[in-house]
Design a binder for this molecule. Structure first.
Ligand SMILES: Cc1cc2nc3c(=O)[nH]c(=O)nc-3n(C[C@H](O)[C@H](O)[C@H](O)COP(=O)(O)O)c2cc1C
Length: 160
């Protein structure tokens, strides 16, 4: 079963986790950009309140066809204890995702709050079956600890 990892990353941590999992599993990788292109300060001033309200960003690519895949992992940084507006938009942008397996993953400073629950619920609303969730702190990422966890989850969920 082919897998795909779709993610947003503002400062590189989620990207690192996504890239490690893609190279360990052979999953395809789709990086999504938030067209708001926040500065670091604006992430807190504008982005975090939008995340808190569950808003969707304008993203590029605007549509993500996952019809070729059996499993789709969606990754986000935690902003204000929630998925980013870009991650909310990713879930809405998925095409042909109904009935597929999903994994929700996030990176944070250690306080992920409701992020994985909200992201999982959004994926379920799109008709996907959430096979698992994964979280890694930026401290663990810097130490290189636990980074294999997402690949392990993808392999076990996809039967690889
Ligand atoms: C606007 C903003 C809000 C954040 N809110 C939280 C938070 O609520 N809880 C937490 O543990 N970390 C929070 N963080 C830290 C990030 O989630 C963490 O550094 C993450 O790994 C960043 O991922 P990235 O490098 O892929 O963008 C926040 C960071 C930013 C920029």
């Amino acid at each position: 079963m082919k897998s795909c990892i779709v993610y947003y990353s503002a400062t590189g941590n989620t990207k690192l986790v996504a890239e490690a999992a893609a190279s360990a599993t052979g999953a395809d990788l789709v990086e999504v950009k938030d067209l708001a292109d926040y500065s670091k300060a604006m992430m807190y001033v504008r982005g975090a309140p939008r995340a808190r309200r569950g808003e969707k960003a304008e993203i590029e690519p605007a549509s993500i066809d996952v019809g070729d895949y059996g499993l789709v992992a969606v990754g986000t940084p935690v902003w204000a204890f929630r998925p980013t507006p870009a991650a909310n938009a990713i879930v809405a942008a998925l095409k042909n995702c109904e009935g597929k397996q999903a994994i929700a993953f996030a990176t944070s400073s250690g306080m992920p709050g409701d992020t994985l629950e909200v992201l999982s619920a959004n994926l379920k609303e799109r008709g996907m079956a959430v096979a698992g969730t994964f979280h890694l702190s930026d401290k663990a990422i810097k130490k290189g600890e636990g980074i294999d966890g997402l690949a392990d989850l993808i392999n076990s969920a996809s039967g690889a």
